[in-house]
Structure formats: C-alpha cells, structure tokens
Write a protein that binds this ligand. Sequence first.
Ligand code: HEC
Length: 151
Amino acid sequence: MDDKKLNKVLSQITFLVRTIVVTLTLLVTLTILLASGALDTLLPRNDLDVKESKTQEIVDGIHIETGLIDSPGLQLVIQNCTNCHSSKLISQNRMNLAGWSSTIKWMQETQNLWDLGDNEAVILEYLASNYAPKKKGRRANLENIEWYELE
Ligand code: HEC
C-alpha cells in the first residue's frame, strides 16, 4: 500500500470512529434526559397520567392538569371521570342535574362506567353546579310573529 492509499484509509477510519462517538454521545445524552424526566413535557401523555400526577396546582380556581373548576368534589371527578376520556369532555359540556345523571347512567349502561356508589351524589352536585347550562344574557329574539295593523 502506498502512502496515499494508506492516508485515505486512515482518514476514512477516523471519520467512522468520529461518527460512532458522536452518535453514542447523543444516545447517552438522550437516555439521561429521558430517564431524568426532563423531556416529559415534550412527550405525549394520556389522561391516566393525570390520576398519578402529583401536581394539584390550582390557578384562578382552575385545576391546571385537567382544566376543571376547583370546587368540592373535584378529586372524585378526577378519579372517576378522567380515566377513559379527556376532562375536556366534561368541561365542554353543560347540563342540569338530570342531564348529568342520565349521561352517567348512559356510560354505565353502555361504556362500562363503574357504579359510583355514594360518590355519585357528590360528583353530580359538582357537575350540576359547575357545568350547568349557561343562562342566556338577554331575551331571545322574537321569531315567526304575525304582526297586525292597528286600526
Ligand atoms: C369506563 C370509561 C368511562 C368513564 C370512567 C367515564 N366515561 Fe364518560 N364517556 C365514556 C365514553 C366511551 C364516552 C363516549 C366518548 C365519545 O363519544 O368519544 C363518554 C362520553 C362522555 C360525555 C359526552 C357525552 C355525550 O353525550 O357526548 C360526557 C359529558 C362524559 N362522558 C362525562 C363523564 C363523567 C362526568 C364521568 C365521571 C362520572 C365519566 N364520563 C367517566 C366512558 C367513560
């Protein structure tokens, strides 16, 4: 092998070794970051995490993890109502007590929601008082009126 060829082979080997070292360094860094939980906020998480979450931070009366209103019964709602679907399904709905009651019944009959026992009353009270139908701000417009002429 002449010098030229040897140099070429050597530089190829150097390049290969460098690439391997850089890749390994990146992998190790990533593993450490993942293990330390530093990337948790970047990773997708499901609602089950909410249950195990240790942060119960409340800001302006809103439970940050779930977006639910902080009010008596909140913890029961988090424990029983955020396992199968997002808490948004609750906060984006508005019903009176009867409506919430029949939604729960429907989930029990068709979606395997468990018997809530004594907690049901507390949960219903929470839902009906925090997620009640919005009152209309003003009288609704009159529609389909047949006006008559005054004589
Ligand atoms: C065992 C699983 C499960 C649990 C626990 C559960 N749900 Fe549901 N819920 C469902 C499923 C499934 C749907 C239908 C989801 C869809 O349509 O995407 C649903 C739908 C809903 C809806 C929307 C209903 C509609 O008419 O669109 C609301 C509101 C709701 N759930 C509230 C609650 C509340 C409040 C609790 C706690 C008491 C609860 N869920 C607990 C399974 C569950």
